[in-house]
Every structure is written in C-alpha cells, then in structure tokens.
Design a protein around this ligand. Structure first.
Ligand SMILES: Cc1cc2nc3c(=O)[nH]c(=O)nc-3n(C[C@H](O)[C@H](O)[C@H](O)COP(=O)(O)OP(=O)(O)OC[C@H]3O[C@@H](n4cnc5c(N)ncnc54)[C@H](O)[C@@H]3O)c2cc1C
Length: 426
C-alpha cells in the first residue's frame, strides 16, 4: 500500500486526504495546530456565484464528502448579498469537529500539534518529513497543503506583525515552506503596487456584542447591510483586500454582515471606534482576529511551481494544493484542488499517468488558467476564485457557469469522469 503524507490540515489538506484514502492510499495528515481546517475556521461562504458550479462538478467527480459537510453545517442557504448570489453560509463554530470525525471514520490518521520543519531527500525525492519534536515520518508520496503564508517573518516584513490570525503561530510554532526545503524556489504573489503578499481584511464580530435587532435579522436572514456615514467611507481600502471578489463599491459604502455563527464583517480594516458610531454596533468587538480593524493574515508568499495535475515541478514525489498551489482564494478552491492532488498521489505512487481535468470543466480551467497567469507580471497581482472578479467573468464568457445540477452532471459524464475519485486504484 502507498503511504501518502499530507502536510497541513486546511480544507485542501483534508480534501487531499479524503481522495487519497478513497483511491486506496494509507494516509497520514499532519497539522501543526490543535484544529483542522486552517483558514476554513474563519470563513464560511460557499456556493456563491461560480463556486456553486465548482462544488457540483467536484461532487460529480466523486469528491462530494466535504461539500456535503459544509452543506450540512449551513446556517443559511441561497443567500444573496451585493455582487453575490445563492451563497451558503456554513457555521464556523460547528464545522471543524464534523470534518475531523469524518476523516477519522474513513481511516485517515490525523496527527495534530505536529509541525513539519524539514525534509530528508534522496536526490529529487522526499524520503521523510522531520517534525519539530525531532521525529521523522517516511512516506511514498507527499502532498503539501500548508497554505500560502510562508515563513512567519513575513507577517512582520509584509504585514501588520502577528495579529493572532487563526494559524496562531506564537502558540503552535512558526511556518516553513516544505517545497523550498525540498529545493524548489517559492513564487510570491504581489499587490497592485508590486509589494509582496496580500492581506485578508475579512474578520468577525462577536454576535453577542451587536444590538438585539441586528442579531435577530442576522439569525433570520443571514445578511445585514448598514450604511457607513459619508465621512467614514474609504474606497482606497478595497485595493488592499485579498478577496478581489468583495472589492466592490457596496463593500466600502456599507457595513455588510453575514451570519456564519459569528457576524462576518465584509467591510475591510474598519477601526473599532468608527464601527461603534453606527447604530446597533455601539458595543461591537472583534471576535477573530482580536485586532480585526487592522486586518487578518498576510498570504500568497509561498506558492510552489506545479503542473496542472498538481505535481510540484522539480520534485519527483511532491504534490500541492490549495493556496500553496496558486493565487487561489477560497474553501471551494482549496477543496477542488486538494481532491485532485489526493487522487493523483495514488496514481503517482503506481506510476500511472496523472489526471488533468479538462478545461471544459470550471475546475480544470481554473487550475490551468491560474497556472498560466502566475507566469505573467500582471497575473501575479491577481487572485483566482470561482466567486468573482476576473475568473468569474471568464467562467461566464466561456459558458462554464451554471447552477443547473443536471447540466453539470451531463458535462462530467460526457467527459467520462463521473465518480473518477471513487475508483480504488490500489
Ligand atoms: C479571515 C478569512 C476569511 C475567509 N473567508 C472565506 C470565506 O468565507 N469563503 C471562502 O471560500 N474562503 C474564505 N477565505 C479564504 C479561504 O479560507 C482560504 O483560501 C482556504 O481556506 C485556504 O485553504 P488551504 O488549505 O489552502 O490553506 P490553509 O487554510 O492556510 O491551511 C494550511 C494548514 O496547514 C497547516 N500548516 C502550515 N504549516 C504547517 C507545517 N509546517 N506543518 C504542519 N501543518 C502546517 C496550518 O496550520 C493550516 O491548518 C478566508 C480567509 C481568511 C483569512
């Protein structure tokens, strides 16, 4: 049996672990913190705009489990908010244990609070990973899904310093780039002004700190929109934001709150004293991160070069997925790239040709398009998501966007790819 080692337990790592297990691998998932899902513990928005299509494509390919869980953990379905349609909002306070139980049930070995700090190489192959407690874990194929934050010094160099984002490095230890340790240079994403990385402006307010009226509306409808006083509107902040799909005028002119268990605040970098001037928010406080008004994590500083089958170029037995594999934003993007990497890990162990998803599926097109764009100067300044900005426009132009489940199934079936991730290869 092939031993598949997945490094990083965010959405992409969990998805890779699931499809590798289904293809017959013996899977170990290594996570440095005490929780799976990484940045997935602070998000919650699924199925908005083209993410609906991508989720349904992955389900038809046989990677349904994690989407079933996020659907089951939904607080609201079919929610519309500015620029976004038919979103599902999963409950960030409930989803992690649901995923963890599922992974354990199907026989994935999860190692929590184990941090990979190095690799042992045999020429161009990784033999084993070294953990911070000096133990080593050997494997046949490795998948890096550690996100794109790169070494922790980045938070000081390119960001606000540590604002205690969900990765909690001061408590669980710094980050490293595994692919770089294995000998491959990282690619760095850029902002519009060519400085490196990008901030996440997304954060959460403690729901209990909001007025009863806002709480009730959030619980009932999932969305609350409050106009910002004219003197406090700041359009410049939109340029800083990682999630270009939310860099719309409405998000600078209004406080947009979404109910993900906490109140997800879509208006970036909003100082607490200004927030408290707004009716119903007089007692508001940030839930995550505590320094929410300053922004969240700094990302896109550690991306591995890869092919469209998710194999890292230059290392024989390393694949990657999620933000580590491109300038992707999103849980859906992490899950679909992770699903492909996990499936391909078992193919690679058997010497089989790796699966590349065709470009007439949105997932295949996103993976290939982001890979083309990352090689260009302008492309490095963009982020790629099914949910909006450049890539969603492309989906519409190429006729890839649809929410017709039957049509999506037909497309996958026509390509002879229905349930491909269900095939046990070993
Ligand atoms: C505040 C915020 C809100 C967001 N909201 C949304 C949203 O609503 N909807 C949406 O679709 N997307 C959202 N996103 C984006 C989305 O969360 C990410 O793009 C996606 O979850 C990335 O998943 P990943 O698996 O690639 O990486 P990560 O989630 O970064 O996971 C990487 C994991 O690897 C672990 N790790 C790192 N280094 C090591 C190591 N050396 N050894 C072991 N483990 C290691 C980390 O602890 C982490 O668990 C949000 C992001 C942020 C920051």
């Amino acid at each position: 049996m092939a031993r598949i080692i997945v490094i990083g337990g965010g959405w992409s790592g969990c998805a890779a672990a699931v499809t590798a297990k289904k293809a017959g691998g013996d899977v170990i998932l290594i996570e440095k913190t005490d929780m799976l899902l990484g940045l997935g513990n602070v998000g919650g928005i699924m199925r908005n705009n083209g993410r609906y299509t991508a989720a349904e494509e992955n389900i038809c390919l046989g990677g349904q489990e994690l989407f079933n869980i996020t659907d089951k953990a939904a607080r609201h379905v079919n929610v519309n908010f500015p620029g976004h349609k038919h979103a599902t909002l999963y409950d960030v306070t409930k989803v992690e244990p649901m995923v963890r139980r599922f992974l354990e049930e199907i026989g994935i070995k999860i190692l929590l609070q184990k941090r990979v700090i190095d690799v042992e190489m045999d020429n161009k192959s990784i033999k084993s990973v070294v953990l911070s407690d000096d133990t080593t874990i050997s494997g046949d194929i490795f998948i890096e899904t550690t996100g794109s934050t790169g070494p922790m010094g980045n938070c000081l160099k390119y960001g606000n310093g540590c604002s205690m984002c969900i990765l909690r490095c001061p408590s669980f230890g710094p980050r490293i780039s595994i692919s770089k340790r294995a000998g491959v240079e990282d690619i760095l994403g850029q902002r519009g002004d060519e400085s490196y990385g990008a901030f996440s402006g997304s954060c959460k307010l403690n729901k209990e700190s909001l007025s009863e009226e806002i709480r009730e509306k959030l619980n009932k409808e999932g969305v609350v929109i409050l106009p910002i006083p004219k003197e406090d509107i700041n359009f410049d902040k939109l340029n800083l934001k990682v999630c270009q799909q939310y860099a719309l005028k409405d998000f600078a002119e209004n406080i947009i709150l979404l109910d993900t268990g906490h109140a997800k605040l879509m208006t970036p970098y909003y100082p607490l004293e200004k927030l408290r001037k707004i009716k119903g928010l007089e007692n508001a406080r940030y839930e995550d991160p505590y320094s929410g008004g300053k922004g969240n994590s700094i990302r896109y500083l550690s991306i591995a070069p890869r092919n469209n089958a998710m194999k890292v170029i230059g290392i024989d037995n390393l694949l990657c997925a999620g933000e580590k594999s491109g300038l992707f934003v999103g849980h859906t993007e992490a899950i679909v790239t992770g699903s492909l990497a996990g499936h391909n890990s078992v193919r690679l162990s058997l010497g089989m040709p790796l699966l590349e998803l065709p470009r007439n599926l949105a997932i295949g097109d996103l993976i290939a398009y982001a890979n083309e764009q990352i090689k260009t100067k302008e492309g490095l300044k963009k982020r790629y998501t099914f949910a909006g900005s450049e890539y969603f426009e492309r989906m519409k132009e190429k006729d890839l966007y649809t929410i017709d489940k039957k049509e999506i199934k037909r497309r996958v079936q026509r390509l002879d790819l229905l349930n491909i991730y269900e095939e046990k290869l070993l």
